[in-house]
Write a protein that binds this ligand. Structure first.
Ligand SMILES: [Zn+2]
Length: 59
């Protein structure tokens, strides 16, 4: 879901968004907006990997 240049892909429609992260970027409950499907997804990014926030409830 994150390409080699760091761009995040929309988890809903799989399009590339304009949001870019680095390998050491950490995001928590980040509102990722997709310019294609115009939906917002809450995501977490850590260690160069992305997951949906709602799949990882706060402990
Ligand atoms: Zn989308």
């Amino acid at each position: 879901m994150i390409d080699s240049r760091g761009f995040i892909y929309c988890p809903i429609c799989q399009s590339k968004t304009k949001t870019k992260v680095n390998k050491d970027t950490v995001l928590r409950n980040f509102p990722l907006f997709c310019p294609k499907c115009k939906q917002e997804s809450r995501i977490d990014v850590e260690g160069g990997e992305m997951r949906l926030s709602n799949e990882n409830p706060l402990q």
